[in-house]
Design a binder for this molecule. Structure first.
Ligand code: SF4
Ligand code: SF4
Ligand code: FES
Length: 318
């Protein structure tokens, strides 16, 4: 047994006051953080609000931040968060959401984003006389995504949502992929989804920070699913957007010179014929020039660029 101090961020909705409160708990290191919080609520402070249900990493209701990262409290061993002799653990409600009280976060915006991607199958109508048939291989690709328990850990730690609430977010976008890749979805429905997901706030707004992959307790790897959806959208022809042009410009310059041509990246991403968008970036470009932060005007081929091109050519065959 070991004494651990849980520094819990509390929020009182009546007074709107936020503060940290320390609770000292005697714990067995094999216990999980939720065990300690429930013990606090049962024996030290019945006003502490904690949400949980299954206590088995299934229902997704006990998401909180522990030592700065989103976790399921019922899956997080105390031994893992008190390594190297630590005796203090910081416990907070989710990021990118408002607290309803203490550790209970308001998940309403989370569910609105999930509804926004229309998380249901749009299969051929009228339905077949028996069941819709999907091959085992095709469904295999979806198994990872179907493991999502809608806990919201990925949304809590998403770095884009911190600055842009319009971003649909990793959980809802991973859910969207689940239907984009479902072989039973009609072509028209899939196309419509990809068109919607390519707009502002969708798949192109992720910055690949990997946070959602790291914190997801179910291995869904939402960022990977976003990248899969991007590929599907580009293959379906939805390329008239900054993200798609950015991706093409990046790949083309690396393919042909072995390195990124930074000078072309921004104008090509904005669209060479979009003069208004180009002009908006002029003040930033001038400031960068004054500080001598501009890339070389002449972009030279790197030695060995032909090998890089060969890799691209090989990949493009598949
Ligand atoms: S990888 Fe993308 S979706 Fe995932 S947390 Fe980072 S910005 Fe958000
Ligand atoms: S993708 Fe992972 S972290 Fe995000 S809601 Fe689903 S299970 Fe939770
Ligand atoms: S209590 Fe259900 S996932 Fe933690």
């Amino acid at each position: 047994m070991k004494n651990v101090t849980f520094k819990v961020k509390r929020y009182n909705p009546e007074t709107k006051e936020t503060r940290f409160q320390d609770y000292k708990v005697e714990v067995d290191e094999s216990e999980v953080v939720l065990d300690a919080l429930i013990r606090v609520r049962e024996y030290q402070d019945e006003t502490l609000a904690v949400r949980c249900s299954c206590r088995s990493a299934i229902c997704g209701s006990c998401g909180i931040k522990v030592n700065g990262h989103a976790v399921l409290a019922c899956k997080t061993k105390i031994a893992d968060v008190t390594r190297d002799g630590k005796t203090e653990v910081t416990v907070e409600p989710f990021g990118n959401t408002k607290s309803v009280k203490d550790l209970v976060s308001d998940m309403q915006p989370f569910w609105s984003k999930v509804r926004q991607v229309q998380p249901w199958l749009k299969a051929t109508q009228p339905p077949p006389a028996r069941e819709y048939i999907a091959s085992a291989d095709a469904m295999q690709d979806l198994v990872g995504t179907m493991n999502c328990i809608m806990c919201g850990c990925c949304v809590s730690d998403c770095t884009v949502l911190e600055v842009d609430k319009n971003f649909i977010g990793p959980a809802a976008l991973a859910k969207a992929y689940r239907f984009v890749a479902d072989p039973r979805e009609t072509d028209a429905a899939r196309d419509e989804r990809l068109k919607e997901l390519s707009k502002y706030g969708g798949i192109w707004d992720c910055t690949h920070c990997l946070e959602c992959v790291q914190v997801c307790p179910k291995g869904v790897a939402p960022m990977e699913r976003i990248l899969d959806t991007r590929r599907a959208a580009m293959e379906a022809g939805y390329k008239d957007n900054n993200g798609s042009r950015h991706s093409d410009s990046f790949a083309n310059s690396v393919k042909h010179s072995g390195a990124l041509n930074e000078l072309r990246l921004l104008p090509e991403s904005l669209g060479l014929d979009d003069v208004d968008a180009q002009l908006k970036f002029m003040p930033t470009a001038l400031r960068a020039a004054v500080k001598r932060k501009v890339p070389p005007i002449i972009h030279k081929k790197r030695p060995g660029a032909e090998h890089v091109k060969r890799i691209f050519d090989e990949m493009e065959k598949h």
